[in-house]
Ligand binder design. Sequence first.
Ligand SMILES: CC(=O)N[C@H]1[C@@H](OP(=O)(O)OP(=O)(O)OC[C@H]2O[C@@H](n3ccc(=O)[nH]c3=O)[C@H](O)[C@@H]2O)O[C@H](CO)[C@@H](O)[C@@H]1O
Ligand SMILES: C=C(OP(=O)(O)O)C(=O)O
Length: 426
Amino acid sequence: MDQLRIRGGHRLHGDLMVSGAKNAALPELCAALLTADAVTLHNVPALQDVSTMLKLIRNMGVTAERDPADSDKVVLHAGGLDKPEAPYELVKTMRASILALGPLLARFGHARVSLPGGCAIGSRPVDQHIKGLQAMGAVIVVEHGYIEASLPTGRTRLQGARISTDMVTVTGTENLMMAACLAEGETVLENAAQEPEVVDLAEMLIKMGAHIEGHGTHHIRIQGVERLHGCEHHVVADRIEAGTFLCAVAAAGGDVVLKAARADHMDAVIDKLRDAGVTVECVDGGVRVASPGAGALKAQTFRTTEYPGFPTDMQAQFMAFNVVAQGASKVTETIFENRYMHVQELQRLGADIQVEGKVALINGVPRLSGATVMATDLRASASLVIAGLVADGETTVDRIYHLDRGYDRMENKLRALGADIERVKP
Ligand SMILES: CC(=O)N[C@H]1[C@@H](OP(=O)(O)OP(=O)(O)OC[C@H]2O[C@@H](n3ccc(=O)[nH]c3=O)[C@H](O)[C@@H]2O)O[C@H](CO)[C@@H](O)[C@@H]1O
Ligand SMILES: C=C(OP(=O)(O)O)C(=O)O
């Protein structure tokens, strides 16, 4: 298994290009299943999860190729899709596979998708996805680890419905929105997720001929149509990758421009960094971040909530800043029940953190000391890399296959900014 070897103490300078968003690309690859026409996606990031999703849809009979002349461009054609299934072998490695369920059921009237199974950060059930599709008339049987979805006898389409999920769910909103595009009549999603990736997906679906209003609010209204056509779409920039680099510069110190970053998608994180004393400003086509290093800055208390609140996907990375910033801080994780596994690894580096249920209490320390640590999940991995950038001596982060799920060769981007970091195969 690959590892990252980091020698701390280097400030970061220069600029980097933020990639397309993992959490937009994944549902948008599934949106291509809704039409028999060709769909072209630009700015598709080179991530392990994207490779897994491409393998999943190719397994269904979809042609999906990256353009040899432009590796961020993917052309998909689901006209030959003849196996509306998502098998466990692929689904178990990527929870976002559940996003195939709505499109397959809506277009073909049946689908067989494996239950995602366990995940490091929490149980992450998909009951709201199932509840919403049942409200649209789907007949769903869950057995032998699979979701078997079909339409009632005599029905050829899902039926529009008013759906209120028990909690805000990002992929739940996306699954139901995609299914509703081909349903008969109107669907209203109450309590819908407002994330920029949901908005980007809706904009792609509208280019395909869908009738959607209210995306970006808690109330999304969809008028179903009989068929959707192809489109070209540019995947929105990844606000979590950008936020990760904001925290890296804040912690290590330096002055970096994040090209293509959308400051308007990162208000909650930027506000906290500015409160800490970090300079964050919009510049032509991106965001500039400058910091003297965390030791000269104030740790920040925050709690994760649904968008536009502080994103749970940024909790671990900002904690890595807090552990070496001045003073005490409190982090509250309200979205997932087990998203503090980076804490014990940060403690190995010398961090002073106490976890009590949903709350982590942190006292900033003047220095961390490098050690070997183990990545446990995607954003925990990023947190350990940030800590390694500021720790004295050498830090080795093990099991970085977690990192590769959501970051495109992070070490190359950091090395280009002056970090002493390399990927090694032990
Ligand atoms: C591919 C993708 O877009 N992943 C994002 C998506 O994950 P994902 O869509 O899986 O996360 P959700 O927004 O659905 O989860 C929010 C909460 O609702 C719970 N829940 C969700 C669905 C359900 O049917 N039942 C249920 O109980 C979850 O366990 C969690 O506690 O949103 C998360 C929350 O912003 C992010 O951390 C992930 O990066
Ligand atoms: C939890 C995350 O992703 P996923 O839902 O794909 O596991 C994440 O991007 O932080």
